[in-house]
Design a protein around this ligand. Structure first.
Ligand SMILES: [Zn+2]
Ligand SMILES: [Zn+2]
Length: 329
């Protein structure tokens, strides 16, 4: 178990405690209120969700542009960008850290990918590792490098209000078909202690002779809530589940200056509480109860310990996604 905040910071934290402690107290009260509001919002959204008329796809293929683990020759990063192709079109899901880090541009060039090849972009949620980096998050503007900008503006489906440079920003308010036969769960909420109210949409599609495929970004709303929504959207059996589940149990990815940001900022708990093995056990039980045949885990927000446990304890055939690899579902 590693320190989430390096001991180097402890004297500074002790010095700042007269300011930090009252702030944490006030923030915690707001967090408890927001957490209850998010849960209520999700409950209403799920109970009001109407089944979607999902087209039956001949195939669904995922090529991973950005992930923590990689195939040889590809760059890894603590962000996500997935390219989905179906027999009726294609869609890019998330743009990693966008132009602020080299992984997306490097891997896209290696795969000969540009956004003119897709019908639309969808963003799982408005965090830097999915919408194009820190300045993209601060300015609430999805950002890709000029080379990856489409020559004609195409839709960018968003779970919350934001802009998208070079794209036509479109707010997804509830579950609906997006493009290429792929649908969105609509926004699902989670209150994060420091990052605040977060809306995230997962993708779902129906593949012939298989069933449903569901993909998440960071999995902030929790996999339990996402799967509950999916159950309301389709009676098809769950075939494949993939993407981020946010389990930095023993440590985060992309740590900077001795701070494990993922274990402190994105957890849905106060910063003094860790994500635990018990939390992971609950998620594993929920996934096993949903019974997918295949699971495609993201290592971008989940530590190796959690990935290993899931590989051992999930009943499904379980893979860890790698940048540069293509998965046919
Ligand atoms: Zn993430
Ligand atoms: Zn996130």
């Amino acid at each position: 178990m590693t320190f989430r905040l390096s001991p180097v910071w402890w004297p500074a934290l002790a010095l700042a405690s007269p300011v930090v402690a009252p702030w944490l107290f006030i923030r915690h009260r707001r967090f408890q209120k927001e957490r209850a509001q998010s849960a209520e919002l999700n409950r209403i959204r799920i109970s009001h969700a109407e089944p979607l008329d999902l087209p039956e796809l001949d195939f669904l293929e995922l090529t991973v542009l950005v992930e923590w683990k990689t195939d040889e020759g590809f760059m890894g990063d603590a962000g996500v960008s997935y390219l989905f192709k179906t027999d009726v079109g294609s869609m890019l899901y998330d743009v990693g850290f966008g132009p602020t880090r080299p992984a997306l541009a490097h891997n896209a060039a290696k795969l000969d990918f540009n956004t003119d090849q897709v019908d639309a972009l969808a963003i799982s949620h408005l965090h830097l590792d999915h919408m194009g980096g820190m300045s993209a998050q601060r300015s609430q503007q999805v950002t890709v490098s000029d080379e990856l900008m489409p020559s004609q503006a195409k839709p960018c489906f968003l779970p919350d209000r934001a802009e998208a440079k070079g794209f036509k920003a479109e707010l997804v308010k509830k579950p609906r078909l997006l493009t290429a036969g792929i649908a969105s769960t609509g926004p699902l909420a989670r209150s994060l202690f420091i990052l605040g109210h977060t809306e995230e949409q997962a993708l779902l599609a129906r593949v012939k002779n298989r069933g449903l495929a569901v993909f998440t970004g960071c999995g902030h709303p929790t996999i339990e809530v996402i799967l509950e929504m999916v159950e309301h959207l389709s009676s098809e059996p769950l075939y494949a589940l993939g993407g981020g589940l946010h389990f930095p149990v023993t440590g985060g990815r992309g740590n900077r200056a001795g701070i494990q940001f993922q274990t402190i900022l994105g957890t849905g708990k106060p910063p003094w509480k860790r994500i635990t093995d018990e939390d992971l056990s609950q998620a594993i039980a929920a996934i096993n109860a949903a019974g997918p045949k295949k699971v495609y885990l993201s290592g971008h927000d989940t530590c190796d310990h959690a990935l290993d446990r899931m590989k051992r304890q999930l009943k499904a055939e379980t893979n860890v996604l790698r940048a540069g690899a293509t998965y046919r579902l």
